[in-house]
Design a protein around this ligand. Structure first.
Ligand code: NAI
Length: 474
């Protein structure tokens, strides 16, 4: 069905005909920015995307894609190392980092070419190379050139943060940007931060044989996840030989002869070849306050329609407080383009955005943790069910352990789904529909799930929560 689109005609100008003037100017060509451009272009709006580096941004060049390639190479190494468990004779001779990087870079470059040609092929989108600066609510200046738009969308993304006094040298004290282009592996590494980036690198490096220790200030790894998930990841990491210190704030690092000595509160020190700093990502918002954009601790403040304090100026992606995830950026970009086109889209529910951490075992979740649900509905008004993957044939074939945990408002819908285990990230698709469609356990229990799949564990968990368990030990 054709969409009813009201092309932008702001200010009475004939926007498309004036040189350097567009319906929408997008500052930043990462996930949020290019999604805005693609959707706006397909809605018949003229768009300029200003990008100083490469379209695709952090996700494609320094984040999601290269890290997942690294993690997949790690999975291949694990498969070779553990082949005998499956009766297969193989041995792991070692890791050829040049080969790993070639594979990783080839994935990135194929996707980059694809994205460039998609942007070029979609009518109405002009990519402008250069560093843009918002100078007025309708104007971005790029190397002295003024690009004006009916609307401006800020999509400048994020950078790896460090701590006060902790200098990144790119050699022994590095961020994820550097970690992605190492030409050789450290023998021993300390990772500062047991959040998403910390556990993903710990996982990949351990698969490559690196001796890894994570230092985390909070009492548990992946602390944003449900507590049972953290416990399962910690147990699995111990089995894999990944060391971690939790409740251990970092106090300093000094360079030693050929490495680093990391200190944590309580006086403990750890020696390693390098320190990877993974303590969060900060918003790239320099100069926006001068242009009149309201910021809160560096992030751009927006309303639920992603409008900033400046009329006609929107913000999307990592500069907007909330989950810093590429697919959130895509969704926000689509939302903003449709809002500008007058389609009146529905605001995005942050809790309905799926989250996957690609360590081994994987972690996937959507909706509320048990703790958050108890806070929202009251402790007595929440029911949970944990279905162990021990009862799931496919997981046993894969020799993985983990669970599906459901959180439900008593007599109400499922409000949280939490998964741990190899490959469970791929199960998040059904889980997000269950959460976002406010399904009851009995709704899901009606549907037949494929046997033998890991997906079946989701079906079994809902059967059990609906009061008709199948393969569940009582
Ligand atoms: P994060 O916020 O997930 O984790 C940072 C960790 O560092 C926290 O657990 C924090 O307690 C710890 N920390 C901070 N200061 C510390 C100190 N002084 N001593 C010890 N520990 C300290 O941030 P992370 O892992 O850097 O990731 C940044 C963003 O990138 C996240 O928002 C994440 O969602 C996104 N990302 C998403 C991925 C995915 O979806 N699979 C993969 C990688 C990153």
């Amino acid at each position: 069905m054709a969409e009813a689109v009201r092309p932008y005609s702001g200010g009475g100008d004939d926007v498309s005909d004036a040189p350097g003037r567009y319906d929408v100017v997008v500052l930043g060509g990462g996930s949020g920015g290019y999604a805005t451009a693609l959707r706006a272009g397909s809605l018949g709006l003229s768009v300029a995307v200003v990008e100083k580096d490469k379209v695709g941004g952090t996700c494609l060049h320094r984040g999601c894609i290269p890290t997942k390639a690294l993690l997949h190479a790690g999975e291949v190494a694990d498969a070779a190392r553990e082949a005998a468990q499956f009766g297969v004779r193989a041995s792991l001779d070692g890791i050829d980092m040049a080969g790993v990087n070639k594979y990783k870079d080839s994935v990135v470059s194929r996707l980059y070419k694809g994205l460039q040609s998609t942007l070029a092929a979609r009518g109405g989108i002009t990519t402008i190379e250069g560093t843009g600066r918002l100078v007025a609510p309708d104007t971005v200046e790029v190397d002295g050139r003024r690009i004006t738009g009916g609307h401006v969308v800020l999509a400048t993304g994020s950078y790896p943060k460090t701590l006060p006094g902790l200098d990144i040298d790119g050699d022994r004290v590095i961020t994820s940007d550097h970690a992605l282009s190492l030409d050789r592996l450290p023998e021993r590494a300390v990772i500062l931060g047991g959040g998403v980036i910390g556990v993903e690198f710990a996982s990949a490096w351990r698969s490559f044989g690196v001796d890894v220790t994570i230092v985390e200030a909070l009492p548990r790894l992946v602390a944003a996840e449900d507590e049972e998930v953290s416990t399962a990841v910690e147990r699995a990491f111990r089995r894999r030989g990944i060391s971690y210190l939790t409740g251990a704030p970092f106090t300093g690092v000094e360079r030693t002869g050929d490495g680093v000595r990391v200190s944590v509160e309580g006086g403990r020190t750890l020696d390693a070849d390098l320190l990877l700093v993974a303590v969060g990502r900060g918003p790239v918002t320099d100069g926006l306050a001068d242009a009149g954009v309201a910021l809160d601790r560096g992030y751009v403040t927006t309303d639920e329609r992603l409008r900033t304090s400046l009329p006609g100026v929107y913000a999307v992606g990592d500069i907007v407080p909330g989950l810093q995830l590429a697919h959130r950026g895509f969704a926000q970009g689509i939302f903003v383009a449709e809002d500008i086109a007058g389609l009146d889209p529905r605001p995005i529910d942050e809790a309905g955005i799926p989250r996957v951490t690609y360590c081994e075992p994987e972690v996937a979740s959507v909706g509320l943790t048990e703790t958050a649900a108890r806070e929202r509905y009251g402790a007595e008004q929440v029911q949970t069910l944990t279905y162990n993957l021990g009862g799931n044939g496919r997981s046993q074939i894969l020799k993985t352990q983990g669970f599906v945990k459901l959180v439900r408002a008593t007599d109400g819908p499922v409000v949280g789904i939490h998964l741990v285990g190899s490959r469970v990230g791929e199960l998040i698709g059904e889980a997000q529909l269950i959460y976002n469609w406010e399904a009851f356990p009995s709704d899901v229990a009606e549907y037949v799930h494929m046997h033998p799949t890991q997906n079946e564990a989701l079906g079994e968990a809902h059967l059990a929560l609906a009061g008709k368990p199948l393969h569940v030990h009582s």
